[in-house]
Design a protein around this ligand. Sequence first.
Ligand code: ADP
Ligand code: MG
Length: 352
Amino acid sequence: MKAAQARTKRLLIRCGAAVGIAAALLTAGCAERLRLFEARLYAMGTWVDIAVFSSEDTAARLFEEAEAFLRRFEVDYYAWADGELARINRELAARGEATAEPAMAALLREARRLTIASEGAFDPAVGALVEQWGFHSAFAEPAPPPPEALDAWRRSGASLAAVEIDGVVLRTTLPGLKLDLGAIAKGAAVDRLVELAGRHGIRDALVNAGGDLRVLGRHRGRPWRIGIKDPRADGVLGVVELEDGEAAFTSGDYERFVDRGGRRLHHILDPRTGLPVEATRAVTVIAQSGVVADAAATALFVAGDDWHRIARQVGAEAALRVDAEGEIEATESMRRRLVSASKDEWDVIAES
Ligand code: ADP
Ligand code: MG
C-alpha cells in the first residue's frame, strides 16, 4: 500500500449515463435487468475500481458502503496514519502489549501464519526498516539508511513471529517493533469489499485496487480475464482466467522506486538483509483470498530462487515470477490457466 491519502474520489457510472466525474460510459450489457455499474474510489494511495452486475439501487448502496469502509480502513490499517494500527504500534512500543479490534486481530493472526509459512520473506514487522528507507510515505525521498542502522536492524530479530497473539491481545518482548501492513492491506480491503458485494446478493463482480484484484462469478457468461503486466514494457506477459472468488495480486519493482547509480531502490525489502530485493522484477499470485495472494506475492518476490518451496508453504498454487534477467517462470497451475492465444483480450491488467 502506498502512503495513505485522505482524498477519496468517488465516481458512479451508470449504464448509458454517467453521473459524477464521469470518465467513461459503459453501455454494453444494458439490455439485461442486471446491468454493469462501476465506481472508482481513491484510497490507500491508489484507485480502487469496483464493477458489479446488479440493479441500480443495489450498486448505489454498495458503492456508498464501500466508500465509507475504505475511508476508515485506509486510516486504521496504515501504520503512519492516526488509526488502529498506529495505536497498536504505540502500545506495543510503550508496554509490549496491545489489544486489537477483532477484525484487525484476525488479520494479524493470518499475517503471522503467513510470516512463519514464508520463513520471514513476508513479515509485517518491517515497519521500522521501511521508515528508515523512506518508503512509508509518498512525500519521503527514499534513500539507503546508514550501515549502522542496517546492522542494528539485522540484529534486532524484529518479526511478527516474535509477537504472541492470544485472541485479540498482542504481546512482545522486542523493543521498537513496528508493524506495517502495507504488503497485505490491499488484500484485506479487496476481500472485505468482495464480501460486502456478496452480502448484497451480487454474484458477478470485480474489485481492482490498482492492479491487485479479486473477482466474483463471471464476466458476461465467461470467466474474468486478467492480463499479467510485463514489468519492463507496455503490454502483458499472458492472460489468465479466474474462477469465482479468486484473487490475483502482483508485487513488482517497477511502481515505486528511485534509481541510485544504476541500482533500483524499490519498496520491497528482504527482512533478512534489510535491503531492497534485487533478484526479482515481479511476481503474480492467484489464490482463494486477497490476503493470501497479496502476502504470497510479496513473499515470493523476496524468496528469490527459493520461490517454489515458499509458494507451496504459503499455499500459492498458481504463481508467475519474472527474475532479474527477465526470465519468466510459472508454476504448473499457473501455466494451465494461461489462455495463450489472443493476448489483447482481457478485462483488467494485474500489475504492481
Ligand atoms: P505493493 O504495495 O506494490 O502492492 P507489496 O504488496 O509487495 O507491494 O507491499 C509492499 C509494501 O509492504 C512496502 O511498501 C512496505 O510497506 C511493506 N513491505 C516491504 N517489504 C516487505 C516484506 N518483506 N514483508 C512485508 N511487508 C513488506
Ligand atoms: Mg503484497
